[in-house]
Design a protein around this ligand. Structure first.
Ligand code: PLP
Length: 428
Protein backbone atom coordinates (compact mmCIF):
# COMPACT_ATOMS: atom_id res chain seq x y z
CA UNK A 1 0.00 0.00 0.00
CA UNK A 2 1.56 3.30 -1.07
CA UNK A 3 1.19 6.52 0.83
CA UNK A 4 -2.00 8.28 -0.31
CA UNK A 5 -1.79 10.84 -3.10
CA UNK A 6 -2.80 14.36 -2.27
CA UNK A 7 -2.78 17.67 -4.07
CA UNK A 8 0.93 18.05 -3.41
CA UNK A 9 1.54 15.21 -5.81
CA UNK A 10 1.46 17.95 -8.44
CA UNK A 11 5.10 18.28 -7.58
CA UNK A 12 5.77 15.05 -9.40
CA UNK A 13 5.19 16.99 -12.59
CA UNK A 14 8.34 18.29 -14.16
CA UNK A 15 9.37 20.77 -16.82
CA UNK A 16 7.33 23.66 -18.05
CA UNK A 17 4.02 22.07 -17.08
CA UNK A 18 5.40 21.95 -13.51
CA UNK A 19 6.09 25.66 -13.52
CA UNK A 20 2.55 26.35 -14.66
CA UNK A 21 1.26 24.39 -11.71
CA UNK A 22 3.77 25.89 -9.31
CA UNK A 23 3.36 29.54 -10.27
CA UNK A 24 -0.11 29.53 -11.84
CA UNK A 25 -0.66 29.29 -15.59
CA UNK A 26 -1.19 33.04 -15.99
CA UNK A 27 2.13 33.94 -14.36
CA UNK A 28 4.05 31.24 -16.20
CA UNK A 29 2.57 32.22 -19.57
CA UNK A 30 4.45 35.55 -19.27
CA UNK A 31 7.80 33.80 -18.98
CA UNK A 32 7.41 30.52 -20.84
CA UNK A 33 9.20 31.56 -24.00
CA UNK A 34 11.91 33.71 -22.45
CA UNK A 35 15.56 32.83 -23.15
CA UNK A 36 17.35 31.35 -20.14
CA UNK A 37 19.85 34.23 -19.91
CA UNK A 38 17.13 36.87 -20.02
CA UNK A 39 15.01 34.98 -17.53
CA UNK A 40 18.00 34.87 -15.16
CA UNK A 41 17.62 38.64 -14.75
CA UNK A 42 13.85 38.80 -14.62
CA UNK A 43 13.03 39.77 -11.05
CA UNK A 44 9.27 39.20 -11.41
CA UNK A 45 9.87 35.58 -12.30
CA UNK A 46 12.33 34.97 -9.45
CA UNK A 47 10.07 36.77 -7.00
CA UNK A 48 7.42 34.17 -7.84
CA UNK A 49 9.95 31.39 -7.09
CA UNK A 50 11.01 33.20 -3.91
CA UNK A 51 7.42 33.17 -2.70
CA UNK A 52 7.70 29.38 -2.47
CA UNK A 53 10.19 29.70 0.40
CA UNK A 54 9.61 30.81 3.98
CA UNK A 55 12.47 33.19 4.71
CA UNK A 56 13.50 34.45 8.12
CA UNK A 57 13.27 38.25 8.05
CA UNK A 58 16.06 38.76 10.61
CA UNK A 59 18.92 38.30 8.12
CA UNK A 60 19.75 37.88 4.45
CA UNK A 61 20.65 34.22 4.10
CA UNK A 62 23.85 34.02 2.04
CA UNK A 63 24.86 30.67 3.55
CA UNK A 64 22.91 28.11 1.55
CA UNK A 65 26.11 26.12 0.98
CA UNK A 66 25.85 24.19 4.23
CA UNK A 67 22.16 23.40 4.02
CA UNK A 68 19.70 24.91 1.62
CA UNK A 69 16.22 25.02 3.03
CA UNK A 70 13.39 23.06 1.49
CA UNK A 71 10.88 25.05 -0.54
CA UNK A 72 7.52 25.20 1.22
CA UNK A 73 5.75 22.64 -1.03
CA UNK A 74 8.62 20.19 -0.42
CA UNK A 75 8.56 20.81 3.32
CA UNK A 76 4.79 20.24 3.39
CA UNK A 77 5.21 16.97 1.50
CA UNK A 78 7.90 15.94 4.00
CA UNK A 79 5.67 16.70 6.99
CA UNK A 80 2.85 14.72 5.39
CA UNK A 81 5.20 11.74 5.02
CA UNK A 82 6.29 11.98 8.64
CA UNK A 83 2.66 11.95 9.79
CA UNK A 84 1.58 9.19 7.45
CA UNK A 85 4.45 6.87 8.31
CA UNK A 86 3.84 7.44 11.99
CA UNK A 87 0.18 6.60 11.37
CA UNK A 88 0.84 3.42 9.40
CA UNK A 89 3.88 2.51 11.51
CA UNK A 90 5.46 -0.87 10.86
CA UNK A 91 2.66 -1.76 8.46
CA UNK A 92 4.13 0.78 6.05
CA UNK A 93 7.71 -0.30 6.69
CA UNK A 94 6.83 -3.92 6.02
CA UNK A 95 4.71 -3.36 2.94
CA UNK A 96 5.63 -0.55 0.52
CA UNK A 97 8.73 1.04 2.02
CA UNK A 98 11.09 -0.84 -0.28
CA UNK A 99 9.28 -0.18 -3.59
CA UNK A 100 8.70 3.46 -2.59
CA UNK A 101 12.42 3.94 -1.93
CA UNK A 102 13.21 2.21 -5.20
CA UNK A 103 10.93 4.68 -6.99
CA UNK A 104 12.77 7.60 -5.36
CA UNK A 105 16.06 6.09 -6.45
CA UNK A 106 14.81 5.74 -10.04
CA UNK A 107 13.90 9.43 -10.11
CA UNK A 108 17.31 10.37 -8.74
CA UNK A 109 19.02 8.20 -11.35
CA UNK A 110 17.04 9.96 -14.07
CA UNK A 111 18.16 13.32 -12.65
CA UNK A 112 21.78 12.15 -12.46
CA UNK A 113 21.65 10.68 -15.96
CA UNK A 114 22.77 7.23 -14.84
CA UNK A 115 21.25 3.81 -14.41
CA UNK A 116 19.41 3.05 -11.15
CA UNK A 117 21.66 0.02 -10.82
CA UNK A 118 24.62 2.38 -10.31
CA UNK A 119 23.06 4.66 -7.70
CA UNK A 120 21.99 4.39 -4.09
CA UNK A 121 20.53 6.84 -1.59
CA UNK A 122 22.80 7.61 1.35
CA UNK A 123 22.58 10.03 4.26
CA UNK A 124 25.10 12.49 2.81
CA UNK A 125 28.41 12.91 0.97
CA UNK A 126 30.29 11.89 4.08
CA UNK A 127 28.69 8.46 4.08
CA UNK A 128 29.08 8.09 0.31
CA UNK A 129 32.78 8.93 0.37
CA UNK A 130 33.45 6.78 3.44
CA UNK A 131 31.73 3.89 1.66
CA UNK A 132 34.21 4.14 -1.21
CA UNK A 133 37.35 4.78 0.83
CA UNK A 134 36.53 2.00 3.31
CA UNK A 135 35.48 -0.27 0.47
CA UNK A 136 39.00 -0.64 -0.94
CA UNK A 137 41.24 -3.51 0.15
CA UNK A 138 44.16 -1.16 0.82
CA UNK A 139 47.65 -2.65 1.07
CA UNK A 140 50.61 -0.94 2.78
CA UNK A 141 52.30 1.39 0.29
CA UNK A 142 49.21 1.85 -1.90
CA UNK A 143 48.70 5.53 -2.70
CA UNK A 144 45.78 7.93 -3.06
CA UNK A 145 45.73 11.55 -4.25
CA UNK A 146 43.65 14.39 -2.84
CA UNK A 147 43.92 18.19 -2.74
CA UNK A 148 44.54 20.52 0.19
CA UNK A 149 41.38 22.32 -0.89
CA UNK A 150 39.16 19.24 -0.43
CA UNK A 151 36.68 19.16 2.44
CA UNK A 152 38.58 18.59 5.71
CA UNK A 153 36.58 15.63 6.98
CA UNK A 154 36.97 13.83 3.66
CA UNK A 155 40.74 14.27 3.92
CA UNK A 156 40.50 12.98 7.48
CA UNK A 157 38.81 9.86 6.13
CA UNK A 158 41.87 9.18 3.99
CA UNK A 159 44.23 9.93 6.91
CA UNK A 160 42.35 7.44 9.05
CA UNK A 161 42.70 4.86 6.30
CA UNK A 162 46.44 5.57 6.09
CA UNK A 163 46.79 4.96 9.84
CA UNK A 164 44.85 1.75 9.64
CA UNK A 165 46.27 0.15 6.49
CA UNK A 166 49.59 1.91 5.88
CA UNK A 167 48.45 3.39 2.59
CA UNK A 168 49.92 6.76 1.63
CA UNK A 169 48.15 10.01 0.75
CA UNK A 170 49.62 12.58 -1.60
CA UNK A 171 48.19 16.09 -1.36
CA UNK A 172 48.21 18.50 -4.28
CA UNK A 173 47.39 22.20 -4.19
CA UNK A 174 44.89 23.45 -6.77
CA UNK A 175 45.85 26.81 -8.35
CA UNK A 176 43.19 29.32 -7.21
CA UNK A 177 42.90 31.30 -10.46
CA UNK A 178 43.91 28.96 -13.31
CA UNK A 179 43.94 30.33 -16.84
CA UNK A 180 43.56 26.89 -18.42
CA UNK A 181 42.21 23.48 -17.42
CA UNK A 182 45.64 21.99 -18.07
CA UNK A 183 47.08 24.04 -15.23
CA UNK A 184 44.79 22.12 -12.88
CA UNK A 185 45.08 18.72 -14.57
CA UNK A 186 48.88 18.80 -14.53
CA UNK A 187 48.94 19.40 -10.77
CA UNK A 188 47.04 16.14 -10.25
CA UNK A 189 49.06 14.30 -12.91
CA UNK A 190 52.33 15.08 -11.15
CA UNK A 191 51.13 13.43 -7.93
CA UNK A 192 50.40 10.06 -9.56
CA UNK A 193 52.96 7.27 -9.13
CA UNK A 194 52.89 3.57 -10.09
CA UNK A 195 51.43 2.88 -6.59
CA UNK A 196 48.44 5.25 -6.98
CA UNK A 197 45.07 3.49 -6.86
CA UNK A 198 42.56 6.25 -6.19
CA UNK A 199 42.32 9.99 -6.87
CA UNK A 200 39.69 12.11 -5.14
CA UNK A 201 38.75 15.44 -6.69
CA UNK A 202 36.16 18.01 -5.62
CA UNK A 203 33.76 18.89 -8.41
CA UNK A 204 33.38 22.26 -6.66
CA UNK A 205 35.77 23.36 -3.91
CA UNK A 206 33.52 24.05 -0.96
CA UNK A 207 35.31 27.08 0.50
CA UNK A 208 35.75 29.01 -2.76
CA UNK A 209 33.13 27.65 -5.18
CA UNK A 210 35.88 26.85 -7.72
CA UNK A 211 34.58 24.31 -10.28
CA UNK A 212 37.31 21.88 -11.35
CA UNK A 213 37.67 20.25 -14.80
CA UNK A 214 36.76 16.82 -13.41
CA UNK A 215 36.32 15.12 -16.78
CA UNK A 216 39.82 16.06 -17.90
CA UNK A 217 41.27 15.01 -14.55
CA UNK A 218 39.41 11.68 -14.74
CA UNK A 219 40.61 11.01 -18.31
CA UNK A 220 44.19 11.75 -17.26
CA UNK A 221 43.91 9.48 -14.20
CA UNK A 222 42.28 6.63 -16.11
CA UNK A 223 45.05 6.76 -18.71
CA UNK A 224 47.41 6.00 -15.80
CA UNK A 225 45.21 3.21 -14.39
CA UNK A 226 43.94 5.25 -11.43
CA UNK A 227 40.32 5.22 -10.21
CA UNK A 228 38.53 8.54 -9.68
CA UNK A 229 36.24 9.51 -6.81
CA UNK A 230 34.47 12.84 -7.41
CA UNK A 231 33.23 14.74 -4.36
CA UNK A 232 30.17 16.44 -5.82
CA UNK A 233 28.71 17.61 -2.50
CA UNK A 234 28.22 21.14 -3.84
CA UNK A 235 27.76 20.42 -7.52
CA UNK A 236 24.72 18.18 -7.77
CA UNK A 237 21.55 20.08 -8.79
CA UNK A 238 23.58 23.31 -8.71
CA UNK A 239 24.67 23.34 -12.34
CA UNK A 240 23.94 21.19 -15.35
CA UNK A 241 25.80 17.92 -15.98
CA UNK A 242 25.21 14.17 -15.99
CA UNK A 243 27.23 12.14 -13.52
CA UNK A 244 28.53 9.61 -16.10
CA UNK A 245 29.86 12.54 -18.18
CA UNK A 246 32.19 13.54 -15.32
CA UNK A 247 34.17 10.36 -15.96
CA UNK A 248 33.89 9.43 -12.28
CA UNK A 249 34.18 5.82 -11.17
CA UNK A 250 32.58 6.93 -7.91
CA UNK A 251 30.52 10.08 -7.34
CA UNK A 252 29.25 11.38 -4.00
CA UNK A 253 26.79 14.21 -3.36
CA UNK A 254 24.54 15.66 -0.67
CA UNK A 255 20.92 16.33 -1.57
CA UNK A 256 20.25 18.68 1.36
CA UNK A 257 22.45 21.28 -0.34
CA UNK A 258 21.38 22.24 -3.87
CA UNK A 259 18.48 19.86 -4.43
CA UNK A 260 16.67 21.26 -1.39
CA UNK A 261 15.89 17.87 0.18
CA UNK A 262 15.39 17.30 3.91
CA UNK A 263 18.54 17.04 6.00
CA UNK A 264 20.20 13.64 5.81
CA UNK A 265 19.94 12.77 2.11
CA UNK A 266 22.74 12.02 -0.31
CA UNK A 267 23.76 9.80 -3.21
CA UNK A 268 26.51 7.41 -4.10
CA UNK A 269 27.13 6.54 -7.74
CA UNK A 270 29.41 3.62 -8.51
CA UNK A 271 30.08 2.75 -12.13
CA UNK A 272 28.75 -0.73 -12.75
CA UNK A 273 32.09 -2.45 -13.30
CA UNK A 274 33.46 -0.97 -10.06
CA UNK A 275 30.72 -2.34 -7.78
CA UNK A 276 32.15 -5.87 -7.37
CA UNK A 277 35.51 -4.47 -6.15
CA UNK A 278 34.11 -2.53 -3.16
CA UNK A 279 33.68 -4.04 0.30
CA UNK A 280 30.46 -2.92 2.05
CA UNK A 281 30.77 -1.21 5.44
CA UNK A 282 27.71 -2.97 6.86
CA UNK A 283 26.91 -6.64 6.48
CA UNK A 284 23.94 -7.25 4.23
CA UNK A 285 22.54 -10.42 2.74
CA UNK A 286 22.87 -8.88 -0.73
CA UNK A 287 26.64 -9.13 -0.23
CA UNK A 288 26.35 -12.49 -1.96
CA UNK A 289 25.46 -10.65 -5.15
CA UNK A 290 28.65 -8.76 -5.58
CA UNK A 291 27.46 -6.74 -8.56
CA UNK A 292 24.43 -5.20 -6.81
CA UNK A 293 25.06 -1.64 -5.57
CA UNK A 294 22.49 -2.23 -2.83
CA UNK A 295 25.10 -4.36 -1.05
CA UNK A 296 26.73 -0.99 -0.19
CA UNK A 297 23.49 0.51 1.09
CA UNK A 298 22.43 -1.34 4.19
CA UNK A 299 20.94 1.31 6.47
CA UNK A 300 19.12 -0.58 9.20
CA UNK A 301 15.87 1.05 10.29
CA UNK A 302 16.07 4.71 9.40
CA UNK A 303 13.92 7.84 8.84
CA UNK A 304 12.51 6.75 5.50
CA UNK A 305 10.31 9.86 5.24
CA UNK A 306 13.45 11.82 4.32
CA UNK A 307 14.12 9.53 1.36
CA UNK A 308 10.49 9.63 0.27
CA UNK A 309 10.60 13.42 0.06
CA UNK A 310 13.41 13.33 -2.52
CA UNK A 311 10.98 12.95 -5.40
CA UNK A 312 9.14 16.09 -4.30
CA UNK A 313 12.38 18.06 -4.20
CA UNK A 314 13.24 16.72 -7.65
CA UNK A 315 9.86 17.82 -8.98
CA UNK A 316 10.35 21.32 -7.54
CA UNK A 317 13.87 21.48 -8.97
CA UNK A 318 12.72 20.19 -12.37
CA UNK A 319 9.85 22.61 -12.46
CA UNK A 320 12.38 25.46 -12.41
CA UNK A 321 14.73 23.50 -14.69
CA UNK A 322 18.46 23.08 -14.17
CA UNK A 323 19.46 25.45 -16.99
CA UNK A 324 17.31 28.24 -15.56
CA UNK A 325 18.57 27.55 -12.04
CA UNK A 326 22.23 27.50 -13.09
CA UNK A 327 21.87 30.70 -15.10
CA UNK A 328 20.18 32.50 -12.19
CA UNK A 329 22.74 31.31 -9.64
CA UNK A 330 25.67 32.37 -11.82
CA UNK A 331 23.95 35.69 -12.49
CA UNK A 332 23.58 36.33 -8.75
CA UNK A 333 27.23 35.52 -8.08
CA UNK A 334 28.62 37.65 -10.88
CA UNK A 335 26.17 40.42 -9.96
CA UNK A 336 27.96 41.08 -6.68
CA UNK A 337 31.48 39.83 -7.43
CA UNK A 338 31.77 42.08 -10.49
CA UNK A 339 31.06 45.08 -8.26
CA UNK A 340 33.71 44.36 -5.61
CA UNK A 341 36.43 42.52 -7.55
CA UNK A 342 39.34 44.91 -7.94
CA UNK A 343 38.33 47.29 -5.14
CA UNK A 344 41.28 48.27 -2.89
CA UNK A 345 41.76 45.74 -0.06
CA UNK A 346 39.23 43.30 -1.49
CA UNK A 347 40.59 39.80 -2.11
CA UNK A 348 38.50 37.50 -4.31
CA UNK A 349 39.24 33.86 -3.64
CA UNK A 350 37.10 32.59 -6.52
CA UNK A 351 38.03 32.55 -10.22
CA UNK A 352 36.46 35.29 -12.34
CA UNK A 353 36.02 32.95 -15.33
CA UNK A 354 32.24 32.29 -15.26
CA UNK A 355 32.74 28.65 -16.29
CA UNK A 356 34.86 28.05 -13.17
CA UNK A 357 32.24 29.15 -10.62
CA UNK A 358 28.48 29.32 -10.17
CA UNK A 359 26.57 30.45 -7.05
CA UNK A 360 29.40 30.28 -4.50
CA UNK A 361 32.19 32.83 -4.16
CA UNK A 362 34.59 33.76 -1.39
CA UNK A 363 35.70 37.27 -0.53
CA UNK A 364 38.25 38.48 1.99
CA UNK A 365 39.35 41.93 3.11
CA UNK A 366 42.99 42.75 3.76
CA UNK A 367 43.56 43.36 7.46
CA UNK A 368 40.20 41.93 8.58
CA UNK A 369 40.05 38.46 10.13
CA UNK A 370 37.38 36.27 8.50
CA UNK A 371 35.52 35.79 11.80
CA UNK A 372 35.43 39.58 12.34
CA UNK A 373 34.22 40.11 8.78
CA UNK A 374 31.40 37.59 9.23
CA UNK A 375 30.48 39.16 12.59
CA UNK A 376 30.34 42.68 11.15
CA UNK A 377 28.27 41.47 8.21
CA UNK A 378 25.77 39.94 10.59
CA UNK A 379 25.73 42.56 13.34
CA UNK A 380 25.82 45.68 11.20
CA UNK A 381 24.37 44.60 7.84
CA UNK A 382 22.18 41.60 8.83
CA UNK A 383 23.91 39.31 6.36
CA UNK A 384 24.42 35.67 7.32
CA UNK A 385 27.61 34.12 5.84
CA UNK A 386 30.30 31.64 6.80
CA UNK A 387 33.85 32.63 7.81
CA UNK A 388 36.64 30.60 6.19
CA UNK A 389 40.05 31.00 7.82
CA UNK A 390 42.53 28.70 6.08
CA UNK A 391 45.83 30.60 5.81
CA UNK A 392 47.74 27.39 5.02
CA UNK A 393 45.96 27.20 1.66
CA UNK A 394 45.62 30.94 1.19
CA UNK A 395 41.87 31.25 1.69
CA UNK A 396 40.77 33.81 4.26
CA UNK A 397 37.37 35.37 3.77
CA UNK A 398 33.67 34.71 3.94
CA UNK A 399 31.84 32.27 1.72
CA UNK A 400 28.86 33.87 0.03
CA UNK A 401 26.21 31.44 -1.16
CA UNK A 402 23.00 32.88 -2.59
CA UNK A 403 20.21 30.47 -3.50
CA UNK A 404 17.39 30.99 -6.02
CA UNK A 405 15.34 32.96 -3.50
CA UNK A 406 17.98 35.68 -3.11
CA UNK A 407 17.39 39.00 -4.90
CA UNK A 408 19.93 41.46 -6.35
CA UNK A 409 18.67 44.12 -3.91
CA UNK A 410 19.94 41.92 -1.06
CA UNK A 411 23.28 41.53 -2.81
CA UNK A 412 23.43 45.33 -3.05
CA UNK A 413 23.52 45.33 0.76
CA UNK A 414 26.48 42.94 0.60
CA UNK A 415 28.29 45.09 -1.98
CA UNK A 416 27.77 48.18 0.19
CA UNK A 417 29.02 46.31 3.25
CA UNK A 418 32.16 44.95 1.55
CA UNK A 419 32.94 48.36 0.05
CA UNK A 420 32.56 50.14 3.39
CA UNK A 421 34.55 47.58 5.39
CA UNK A 422 37.33 47.54 2.76
CA UNK A 423 37.49 51.36 2.78
CA UNK A 424 37.69 51.46 6.58
CA UNK A 425 40.39 48.79 6.56
CA UNK A 426 42.61 50.98 4.37
CA UNK A 427 42.14 53.91 6.77
CA UNK A 428 43.44 51.71 9.55
C1 PLP B 1 33.15 19.37 -0.67
C2 PLP B 1 32.38 18.72 0.44
N1 PLP B 1 32.47 17.41 0.61
C3 PLP B 1 31.78 16.76 1.56
C4 PLP B 1 30.96 17.45 2.42
C5 PLP B 1 30.20 16.73 3.47
O1 PLP B 1 28.84 16.84 3.21
P1 PLP B 1 27.79 16.25 4.25
O2 PLP B 1 28.03 16.94 5.54
O3 PLP B 1 26.47 16.56 3.65
O4 PLP B 1 28.08 14.80 4.34
C6 PLP B 1 30.83 18.84 2.30
C7 PLP B 1 29.98 19.61 3.21
O5 PLP B 1 29.82 20.79 3.12
C8 PLP B 1 31.56 19.48 1.28
O6 PLP B 1 31.49 20.80 1.12
Amino acid sequence: MSLPMNKREFLRTSGTAGLGLLLGEAVWARFANMQVDRLAEDEAFWAAIRSKYRLKPDYINLESGYYSMQATPVLEAFLDKVREINFQASYYLRTTQVPDKAAARDKLAALAGCSSAELCITRNSTESIATVVNGYDWKPGDEAVQAEQDYGHMLAQFRLTARRYGMINRLVSVPPHPRTDDEVVSVYAKAITPRTRLLMVSHMINITGHILPVRKIADMAHARGVDVLVDGAHAFAHFDYRIPDTGADYYAASLHKWLGCPLGTGILYVRKDKIPGLWPIYGDWRMTDDADIMKLNHTGTHPVHTDLTIEHAIAFHNSIGIQRKEARLRYLQTYWTSKVRGLPNVIMNTPSDPTRACAIANVGIKGVAPADLAKTLLDKYKIWTNAIDSPAIGVQGVRITPHVFIQPAELDVLVKAISEIARKSSIG
